[in-house]
Design a protein around this ligand. Structure first.
Ligand code: MRU
Length: 368
């Protein structure tokens, strides 16, 4: 059988210049790789969580913008060929901006999405400026600059996660029991994951960790994705329902909690998958260190605190029927279904980035 770890979560299919992802909604039952080219397909894949997890969304958006730009350039070139004018950079840029804003509207909480789109936008503007200054109306150098920026963002994600792993590993001992919530694993990044990066490195070094995965209601990322990828890697994994974390902590099985983040405010408040705040509160009650692992691209200095983070609301059907063979809630019942919650910085022992282990009061500008 194929191992999920042999696949890239997000990649550029160079042959037909498309965005290639694993459709995560089908895991763990089926590994299906899909190629996307249109803005609608890419938006839909992000919104429907075919590709999900903050860093993976960022990489998908970056590669997605390159893929879309190839098609925009084609349309502008076709128009130029049929008329007397040369390649219309103005039109290209207007369409680029429109599609960038469209992709940015797919999910509001993970800041990596707008971060990656802004990186692509900056590179696009610089390349267009250069092209216009040369007086050569050729879109190819602009497309090449966008391609290499998207691949840089992808490669940087791998290196960053590995460094998060090294930094996080300093906080774990051999034989430890480690709890995680949602999927901040390889499937949420390009490789290693964020919260799982220390676990992958510990596994390489034979630490013999005991990993516990919260199921993560309502979309079951912990059960479907984390338990799946970590057990595929040969780790000792135990799955539990979200409401079992308290009794597990009380039993003494857990030495540390590692989770990811979708946006970290300047004061250290961290938005992550719904339920994370509850796990952090329990960890504090049982004196268990609670660590948030994320790349610096998840830190949003323009958001002062967690109250300023926009929390995505998801469809009611995810709670009432999506995972059941028949509906499990009365028709028409009101449903509360926020995708994320914000863990107050007072509940977080430390935030681990590629730069080091940050502790309160947070100053993310400093190397640790
Ligand atoms: O709704 P999802 O599945 O995109 O939520 C994912 C999470 O909350 C992850 O923990 C977070 O994005 C960090 S991923 C390294």
């Amino acid at each position: 059988m194929d191992s999920i770890l042999d696949y890239d979560t997000v990649e550029l299919n160079e042959e037909d210049r498309s965005l290639r992802i694993i459709d995560q909604t089908l895991l763990p039952g089926r590994i299906e790789i899909i190629d996307l080219t249109t803005p609608g397909e890419i938006w839909d894949a992000i919104y429907k969580l075919k590709v999900r997890g903050a860093p993976a969304i960022g990489v998908a958006a970056a590669i997605g913008m390159y893929v879309i730009s190839v098609r925009i350039a084609q349309t502008c070139a076709d128009n130029a060929a049929s008329g007397a004018t040369g390649f219309d950079f103005g039109r290209f840029c207007r369409e680029f901006k429109k599609q960038k804003e469209y992709l940015n509207s797919s999910r509001p909480t993970a800041v990596n999405l707008s971060w990656a789109l802004n990186c692509m936008d900056r590179v696009c503007r610089e390349a267009v400026e250069k092209g216009s200054a040369n007086g050569i109306p050729d879109p190819e150098p602009v497309l090449e600059a966008l391609r290499s920026e998207a691949l840089r963002i992808r490669d940087e994600d791998v290196a960053t996660c590995r460094r998060i792993g090294e930094n996080g590993l300093t906080l774990i001992g051999p034989g430890d029991g480690v709890l995680t919530h949602c999927n901040a694993g390889q499937l949420a990044t390009v490789r290693y994951g964020t919260a799982t990066a220390p676990m992958y490195l510990a596994h390489e070094r034979n630490y013999g960790l005991r990993i516990y995965c919260d199921e993560t209601r309502p979309l079951l990322q912990g059960a479907r994705l984390t338990a799946y990828e970590l057990s595929s890697a040969g780790m000792d994994v135990t799955l539990l329902c979200d409401n079992m974390a308290a009794s597990l902590m009380k039993s003494g099985a857990i030495n540390a909690v590692f989770v990811g983040a979708d946006r970290i405010a300047a004061n250290g408040d961290a938005a992550n998958k719904i339920g994370t705040m509850g796990v952090a509160t329990l960890a504090k009650a049982y004196g268990i260190p609670f660590y948030v692992c994320a790349p610096m691209s998840t830190v949003d200095p323009s958001t002062p605190d967690g109250d300023h983070i926009v929390i995505e609301q998801r469809p009611a059907s995810e709670v009432t029927e999506m995972w059941y063979t028949e509906r499990m809630a009365p028709e028409g019942v009101k449903v509360y279904n926020p995708a994320f919650d914000v863990t107050d910085h007072s509940l977080i022992t430390a935030i681990i980035t590629e730069r080091g282990v940050h502790r309160a009061p947070y100053d993310f500008t400093k190397e640790q």
